[in-house]
Ligand binder design. Structure first.
Ligand SMILES: Cc1cc2nc3c(=O)[nH]c(=O)nc-3n(C[C@H](O)[C@H](O)[C@H](O)COP(=O)(O)O)c2cc1C
Length: 189
């Protein structure tokens, strides 16, 4: 069973989100990691989007630009780790989603014009940490729930450590709250 770990923890080893992700993934044998800090993907613009759309239309999926989409579509479980930035997550993660949203690979349209997901994963687990409160305006997770629906992933799961930058906060206690949720999620993998 392949677990795809989308690592959008851009502060690398300093990232508290990455610590939680690593704990969650501990003991899992087959983890493929996509490190967005290293990949530095480019967003799509007019010409590159048009080029990609033409390849999708022609069913030419051998171009390397589709490798990330194929990997995402074939994973049995998706884990996304990203800090809470500007009420959602770093732009690098949105750009990654652009790269994996490949028509004919992660989703397609039926003859009746209905959008239908093509991904194998049974769930997507989103792990984040916030300087303040996350759950009141959880736009990053809400967006990823929409993407999971579009890609045909039936279940989404969420864990956050909140208030990590609040002066005087008990950071370890706040991280432990997320750890409790993650251990429950781990048990239902
Ligand atoms: C660019 C940037 C934007 C941020 N935006 C928010 C925000 O909107 N709300 C918030 O509560 N914290 C915000 N933070 C604080 C982070 O959510 C917090 O420090 C988080 O724990 C960082 O995760 P990390 O340790 O995994 O990098 C922001 C931090 C950065 C660097």
């Amino acid at each position: 069973m392949t677990v795809l770990f989308v690592n959008a923890c851009l502060r690398g080893e300093q990232s508290r989100t990455l610590t939680l992700c690593r704990e969650y993934l501990e003991g899992v044998d087959d983890v493929e990691e996509v490190n967005l800090a290293e990949l530095k993907l480019e967003p799509y613009y007019g010409p590159s989007a048009a080029y990609r759309a033409q390849l999708e239309k022609d069913g030419q999926f051998d171009d390397p630009m589709f490798d990330l989409g194929r990997q995402f579509a074939e994973a049995d479980e998706i884990v996304i780790g990203a800090p809470y930035w500007d009420l959602s997550f770093p732009a690098a993660l949105k750009i990654y989603i652009e790269h994996v949203a490949v028509m004919g690979m992660t989703f397609h349209y039926t003859e009746e014009g209905r959008c239908e997901g093509l991904c194998r994963a049974k769930h997507l687990t989103y792990i984040t940490t916030g300087g303040g409160e996350v759950s009141a305006m959880n736009y990053g997770y809400e967006y990823l729930c929409g993407i999971a629906g579009m890609f045909g992933i039936p279940e989404t799961r969420f864990a956050a450590a909140e208030n990590l930058d609040v002066v005087g906060a008990d950071i370890e206690a706040n991280l432990n709250e997320a750890r409790k949720v993650l251990s429950r999620l781990k048990a239902t993998r």
